[in-house]
Design a protein around this ligand. Structure first.
Ligand code: SF4
Length: 452
């Protein structure tokens, strides 16, 4: 055998930087300047994830820092099998309804009601783009006529600045869908306003809440410390009217990571709170927001450790849940290839209330066994498990996408979900679309966006 020694080819600086990047996903996105659909990818470099867009029409590349680390991709790959997705139509302005394939798999409908807000957070990525106007009631009706039994998220800006919010809630209920309000909570500090929304048919509120100290809001969002007191009043009011509440926290390393434990303890004592969503700061491309930089980011794995320390359990339980869900998806795809699979959330923990404490719904041993049983196709053994029907409902529905949520909450189930946030600037993964956002490019466009 002869060994040929090849001359080493010259490698350009560009090529070296390209191969040293770990490309996690390729997809497409919207150019923030020309609004056309363009190629995009998510890359990991030195432990941080970036969204890289290549506008072939304006001949420019842009790069935005999304966060630190990236969740386990195995589950995400499996989940993409039956996913709703968007067909990339490069060069088109915005994304049209007909580009969304499998519309029936869309579980969430996000209505971006307005870009106005009664607050002014420096870390906000989603306000004051008023060029797109507000969604009209007639357009909301037109969109909702296409859907039934979906969660309709009222989103902003801040949706409570709309004077017709109660009317919008009624329209959603009349259409056979379920509204959920995403809010900063400032207006909910008025009990009469909370009652009005409840009477209109609102049953769930997702309240942004970063911790139990006024200075957190000043240091993190650059807003008045009074906002904290408004949020506390909102929580009191929501408790009084027995609203289902999800707390949504943005966590910034060095500012409020210690609040994870405080919030978990608060949820344990307050059964009106059914879920807790945690997402790390999103830097929007690295601008100097409140002086924050990479050192203020936490990876999902780091947040998992903080959550599990607060609960006194091992972080591997997050991974085990993901593995159980992946086995479930494999089983469905193998045995029921035409079955509808809804959104399945990774990085989620399910807990049960026991007195004033929260305990995992299943321990590691149980989850390992459930995983093995699913793998070996021996479903009968699963029936021995207490709460097993819940597991299937949780997995099948993605939990908060369905009307089962109320049933779970009443029985004491609490969900902690970690979210990576890359919806803006409009990155769209063709195989991981879980949410559609109806936005303002024109009333004829549906903008689909990537979320978990
Ligand atoms: S309250 Fe929400 S929408 Fe308003 S500025 Fe803050 S982050 Fe943005």
């Amino acid at each position: 055998m002869s060994i040929e020694i090849l001359e080493r080819p010259e490698i350009s600086e560009e090529a070296i930087s390209f191969v040293s990047e770990e490309c996690i996903q390729t997809g497409f996105s919207l150019c923030t300047s020309c609004k056309k659909v363009i190629p995009a990818k998510i890359v990991m470099r030195e432990g941080y994830t970036y969204l890289v867009k290549n506008c072939i029409y304006e001949n420019k590349d842009t790069e935005a820092l999304i966060g630190k680390g990236w969740g386990k991709s195995e589950l995400r790959k499996k989940l993409s099998l039956n996913w709703p997705f968007v067909k990339p139509n490069f060069g088109q302005v915005g994304i049209k309804e007909e580009d969304i394939i499998n519309l029936k798999y869309v579980n969430y409908i996000l209505l971006s009601l307005t870009k106005k807000c009664n607050s002014h957070c420096s870390i906000c990525f989603n306000r004051d783009t008023e060029e797109y106007g507000e969604l009209s009631l007639s357009y909301i009706k037109k969109i909702l006529a296409k859907f039934k039994n979906r969660r309709v998220i009222l989103f902003g800006g801040e949706p409570t600045v709309r004077k017709d919010l109660d009317e919008i809630i009624r329209i959603i209920n009349q259409s056979g869908n379920t509204p959920i309000l995403f809010t900063n909570g400032l207006k909910l500090s008025q009990l009469s306003y909370c009652r009005e929304l409840k009477e209109a048919g609102l049953e769930s509120v997702c309240l942004s809440f970063d911790g139990f100290a006024p200075h957190i809001y000043r240091l993190m969002r650059g807003v008045s410390e009074k906002e904290y007191h408004f949020k506390l009043a909102a929580l009191e009011n929501l408790k009084k009217i027995d609203m289902d509440v999800i707390l949504q926290m943005t966590v910034v390393k060095g500012i409020n990571e210690d609040q994870i434990k405080q919030i978990i303890d608060f949820i344990a004592r307050n059964p009106f709170i059914c879920a807790y969503w945690i997402r790390p700061l999103y830097l929007r491309g690295g601008e100097n927001l409140m002086g924050f930089d990479k050192t203020n980011l936490l990876s999902l794995d780091e947040i998992k450790i903080l959550v599990c320390q607060a609960l006194g359990i091992s972080p591997s339980i997050f991974e085990l849940w993901d593995e159980v869900k992946a086995e479930f998806v494999s089983w469905i795809v193998k045995n029921l290839p035409f079955a509808k699979l809804s959104v399945i959330e990774p990085d989620t923990l399910y807990l049960m209330r026991e007195g004033n404490t929260l305990k995992p719904l299943f321990n590691e041993e149980d989850l390992n066994e459930i995983k093995t049983i699913l793998k070996n196709n021996s479903w009968q053994r699963l029936l021995n498990y207490r709460y097993i029907s819940w597991v299937f409902d949780i997995i099948r529905t993605g939990f908060d996408f369905s009307r089962l949520e109320k049933k779970f909450r009443k029985k004491g189930l609490v969900r902690i979900n970690l979210r990576t946030l890359a919806p803006y600037p409009n990155f769209i993964l063709s195989n991981q679309l879980t949410i559609t956002q109806i936005d303002y490019f024109s009333e004829n466009f549906i903008v689909a966006y990537y979320g978990q």
